[in-house]
Design a protein around this ligand. Structure first.
Ligand SMILES: Cc1cc2nc3c(=O)[nH]c(=O)nc-3n(C[C@H](O)[C@H](O)[C@H](O)COP(=O)(O)O)c2cc1C
Length: 172
């Protein structure tokens, strides 16, 4: 299954700002879903993040400093039936948004394989592999995929080869 968090609105764009109608990670999640049949869950914040980039940065700094667990408005009852979980999000201050930790701590991941996926400006996967390793005890952390947010629509070949390397998509 693929669980992702993505925030539309004002965002970073090549050192400038742009207004995203669809968040970068949501675009990437759609590309993954087009290549492999999987259940997709969009993680929604109970208190939605602001449209403003600066206000979102400020809230995220606060949440990271407090080691917060922002509430999810649409939690899944269980992820027990899935052996493989792709966790996708943007990178906020070099890690996944804290709401991803809310998600991972809500379920039992032991025995599962977790694949970190990010969209980012420059930080790549950031600390996602380490953090998911900690918050998903007993899970195997597979090879991650990091895509620059500005280039997400050109990422099809990268997505496909990552899925093949991970064994999630049979080689053609
Ligand atoms: C609050 C905030 C913090 C960010 N921090 C980083 C960062 O530390 N490193 C980085 O490469 N990109 C950073 N970015 C850029 C996002 O990771 C990038 O735009 C990503 O594609 C957003 O994904 P989304 O549109 O799916 O939410 C940040 C963006 C926001 C809004």
């Amino acid at each position: 299954m693929l669980a992702y968090f993505s925030r539309a609105g004002e965002n970073y764009y090549y050192g400038d700002r742009t207004n995203l109608e669809i968040g970068n990670t949501e675009v990437l999640a759609g590309m993954i879903r087009a290549l492999i049949p999987c259940q997709v869950h969009r993680i929604e914040a109970a208190e939605p993040y602001p449209d403003s980039y600066d206000a979102t940065v400020a809230r995220n700094v606060r949440e990271q400093d407090e080691d917060a667990r922002p509430a999810i408005s649409n939690p899944l009852p269980s992820i027990q039936q899935y052996d493989t979980v792709i966790l996708a999000s943007g990178i906020w201050n070099v890690r996944a948004p804290m709401i991803m930790t809310t998600f991972t701590e809500s379920y039992e991941f032991a025995g599962k394989t977790v694949y970190p996926v990010t969209t980012h400006a420059m930080s790549g996967l950031g600390n996602t592999a380490r953090d998911y390793g900690q918050s998903c005890p007993g899970a195997t952390i597979g090879e991650g995929l990091a895509v620059k947010g500005e280039e997400v629509r050109d990422a099809c070949a990268a997505v496909e080869s990552w899925l093949q390397r991970s064994g999630l998509l049979p080689a053609r």
